[in-house]
Design a protein around this ligand. Structure first.
Ligand code: PLP
Length: 394
């Protein structure tokens, strides 16, 4: 007898996630490659430069020590939490209690995705910037929260207009995501803006989650602040940070959440129930990274800055003016007149086999812009830019 298998389906919260916008774009890139073209992607924000030697050595040593092969402590090595607190004190003059205000993460994406599970009940509102890192909204949807988009606009320096949030939305909001230096717009936020955010969050009882992944990737002497530097921030805020972009360690999976102890405890409770912490050898490597001489970062940032200037000059020669970013790994530019961001991306792919990221992929308010990442190896970047310059848009 032949039996028909039952029809299975995944959870509604998965089926209802927004469709992946780039499926068609990815297909076109694959097609171009299949035709034998040498496609160069300037789309991916993942440092091509290696993790510094001294950090790799620390991992090697720790990996050879059997106690590190076992389950790590849920809340991380105390020595790591202390190293994170010391780094915050030194870098931002923010004092943190290593036992209650610091939580190591398996990369900050993990913590960002889990935060709504710890903080948001079904139907609660989460305020999410548009354009923005997709995990803020996806994590909200996975927790059955409701996303309220905060459009970021060029004329406001890509800072959300908190006064434009309707009162009833603000009253229902439980969490606000922010990210400066920003991905994808490369905008930075002045401390005055963070002060405004603190007032708003105090007024409405909202937890502010600031994603500071790019604070150490800065140019022309710019020093990005921590949200926690502002008075009153720790009472309503946490900051997510990561070793990924700071130390060229995206593959290692280690980051941290710091700040408000109630929020840190709630996130920690979710994590103790779903994961078992960061490989201890990676934690020792992170301690070495945070405690090591930080001067190499200047040289690394100078390297990105040379690429940034090279990208801006090439765009200018192609007839595209873009603002000069003072932080992050991105150049964010307006697409030429007459194109949507996807049309523009497809034309570049067609004529030059170079891939840029269409702004609309980061949210509807990203339409009209595109992003170029500074993490392509020098020779490939040079080749890609030489091809771009041959196209005229101006
Ligand atoms: C890269 C990035 C992160 C860092 O992710 P990890 O999981 O720590 O590697 C976080 N937020 C934004 C906006 C990013 O671009």
């Amino acid at each position: 007898m032949r039996r028909t298998p039952p029809v299975l389906r995944g959870a509604r919260r998965i089926a209802e996630l927004p469709p992946y916008l780039f499926a068609e774009v990815d297909r076109r890139i694959a097609e171009k490659r299949a035709q034998g073209h040498d496609v160069i992607s300037l789309g991916i924000g993942d440092p091509d430069l290696p993790t510094p030697e001294f950090i790799v050595r620390a991992l090697q040593r720790a990996a050879e020590d059997p106690p590190n092969h076992r389950y790590p402590d849920y809340y991380g090595l105390r020595e790591l939490r202390v190293a994170i607190a010391e780094w915050y004190a030194q870098r931002f003059r923010v004092a943190l209690d290593a036992d209650a205000e610091v939580l190591p993460l398996i990369g900050s994406k993990e913590g960002i995705a889990h935060m709504p599970t710890a903080w948001v009940d079904p139907g609660d509102v989460v305020l999410v910037p548009d354009p923005g890192y997709p995990v803020y909204s996806i994590g909200t949807l996975l927790a059955n929260g409701e996303v309220y988009w905060l459009p970021l606009r060029e004329e406001r320096g890509w800072l959300p207009d908190l006064r434009a949030i309707p009162r009833e939305v603000a009253e229902r909001a439980r969490l606000l995501w922010l990210n400066y230096p920003n991905n994808p717009t490369a905008a930075v936020a002045p401390l005055e803006f963070f002060r405004e955010v603190v007032d708003f969050a105090w007024q409405h009882g909202i937890l502010v989650c600031h994603d500071n992944a790019y604070s150490e990737v800065a140019y022309d002497g710019y020093r990005a602040p921590s949200f926690l530097e502002v008075e009153g921030a720790r009472e309503i805020g946490v900051e997510f940070h990561s070793l990924s972009k700071t130390y060229n360690m995206t593959g290692w999976r280690i980051g941290m959440a710091v700040g408000n102890r109630t929020a840190i405890e709630a996130l920690g409770r979710v994590k103790t129930n779903v994961d078992s912490g960061v490989f201890q050898a990676v934690q020792y490597a992170a301690i070495a990274a945070l405690r090591g001489d930080q001067r190499w970062l200047e040289e690394r940032n100078a390297h990105y800055q040379r690429r940034r200037d090279q990208v801006l000059a090439a765009l200018r020669r192609a007839g595209i003016e873009a603002p000069t970013p003072c932080a992050s790994l991105y150049v964010w530019a307006r697409v030429p007149q007459g194109y949507t961001s996807v049309d523009f991306m497809l034309r570049l792919l067609e004529e030059t086999a170079v891939v840029v990221t269409p702004g609309v992929g980061f949210g509807p308010a990203g339409e009209g812009y595109f992003r170029i990442s500074l993490t392509t190896p020098d020779d490939r970047l040079t080749e890609a830019l030489a091809r771009l310059e041959r196209v005229q848009f101006g």
